[in-house]
Design a protein around this ligand. Structure first.
Ligand code: HGY
Ligand code: MN
Ligand code: MN
Length: 414
């Protein structure tokens, strides 16, 4: 077992510097995909990768890929996560896995440890939901899960993803051609903050993720009739806003009916936005999550009928589309048990976990063996400025990542 100790100070310095790359007009930390701040964040990560001795490139889908050549070559162990954030998010979501992977590269180099495998570090493009209804865009491109319909998706202004990508230096045609050759990848490992309260609640240091949640995203457009708020009697209105609001409550009621299930209506927009006008249209975006694919499909069916009912009774028209329906993803036993064994050997307390958060690991799992390592989130908070994980909890996570890489290197694939 390695006695190599991660240098927490380096992690903290790099996290602090990366945290300055944010949209200062927004609360918390904001590096939304396809923004100048996201580009700056991925450029900064690439600089760190180069300094750590990685050969770096940007693939056709904006993923930053760094390689540390191994002794034998031919086979790869992949690490990575993301640097983009939600609007008004935190500093640790995704970044912990990117900086942690770079620290593992440095530690290997500084200790003159040469893996048999090539070690590949990926900063995935656009992990968080973008304005076009997609998330985990870079990892989907690497795993052939994008096509011309992805490019044709439009935001609320009618602009398509194909029109937006070039602003991030991504050519739409190369975006479609960014499939990665996973046949040479022995395993993918992602270090990530838990983003929930479980590890803190049970007092454990390491989460060994067993399953990543399924996620069904929807977009709905309710079209009613714009009218005067004061002169239009209630019984003759076609109020798009009320139809949307009724659907928001249906999301909540359906999600409350399951176990470990979640339902969220994260975006709603009335037009016109006028206090004295009955809304003509209302756009609504939301999602269901859970560990059971059949529950997710049933929730999708129930919400579709609830939205229709909320609309019909008001003389409102509704168009609803499900932009993603990612089934729950079981991670791979040989890798998860290696992570658990490493935590035990390092004397770290651990728990097996379900991830209520989605991750690039959940997309990559379709192509290679995958394991995820969680470290605790203070108060279980994430996707908010209060998101925080103590450095004293991150360093053990990096140690587990390093040791897991060493064991995967020695046991599998070469
Ligand atoms: O939304 C998620 O679960 C992830 O943090 N992107
Ligand atoms: Mn996130
Ligand atoms: Mn994340």
């Amino acid at each position: 077992m390695s006695t190599i100790t991660p240098v927490g100070e380096r992690f903290h310095a790099e996290l602090t510097e990366l945290s300055t790359l944010t949209d200062s007009d927004r609360p918390g930390w904001t590096r939304r995909a396809l923004s100048e701040f996201d580009i700056a964040g991925r450029d900064f990560a690439r600089t760190l990768m180069k300094r750590a001795g990685l050969e770096t490139r940007i693939d056709g889908a904006g993923n930053v890929i760094g390689v540390l050549r191994g002794r034998l070559g031919g086979r790869e162990i992949m690490l990575g996560s993301h640097t983009d954030t939600v609007d008004g998010g935190g500093r640790f979501d995704g970044v912990t896995g990117v900086l942690g992977a770079i620290e593992v590269v440095r530690l290997l180099q500084e200790s003159d440890v040469r893996l048999d495998h090539d070690l590949v570090v990926v900063v995935f493009f656009n992990e968080e939901p973008n304005d076009f209804g997609f998330f985990c865009v870079g990892s989907r491109a690497m795993t052939r899960l994008v096509d011309r319909t992805t490019l044709a998706a439009v935001d609320t202004t009618g602009r398509s993803l194909a029109q937006a990508l070039p602003d991030s230096g991504i050519d739409p045609e190369s975006f479609l051609d960014a499939a990665y050759d996973f046949s040479k990848v022995t395993a993918f490992l992602e270090l990530h903050i838990e983003q929930g309260p479980e590890l803190e609640r049970i007092g454990k240091q390491i989460g060994v993720v067993e399953t990543i949640t399924g996620i069904n995203h929807f977009k709905a457009l309710f079209t009613g009739r714009q009218d005067h708020a004061g002169t239009t009697p209630m019984d003759v209105r076609a109020d798009a806003g009320c139809a949307a609001a009724g659907t928001v409550l249906a999301v909540e009621a359906i999600a409350e009916s399951g176990t470990n299930t979640r339902g969220t209506s994260g975006q709603i927009q009335f037009t016109p936005e006028a206090v004295n006008v009955v809304s003509a249209t209302a756009s609504l975006e939301g999602e269901f999550r859970g560990p059971d694919g059949s529950w997710l499909n049933e929730a999708q069916r129930r919400l579709t009928s609830a939205a229709a009912e909320q609309s019909e009774k008001r003389g409102v028209h509704v168009e609803m589309e499900w932009t993603t329906d990612d089934a729950p993803v079981p991670l791979h036993e040989p890798i998860t048990s290696t992570i658990a064994e490493v935590a035990d050997d390092l004397g770290l307390s651990r728990a097996t976990m379900f991830s209520g958060a989605g991750h690039d690991a959940g997309i990559i799992a379709a192509k290679t063996q995958v394991g995820m390592i969680f470290v605790p989130s203070v108060d279980g908070r994430s996707h908010c400025p209060e998101e925080f994980t103590d450095l004293g909890d991150i360093v053990p996570g990096i140690s587990v990542l390093l040791e897991a890489v060493l064991r995967v290197d020695g046991r599998f694939g070469s």
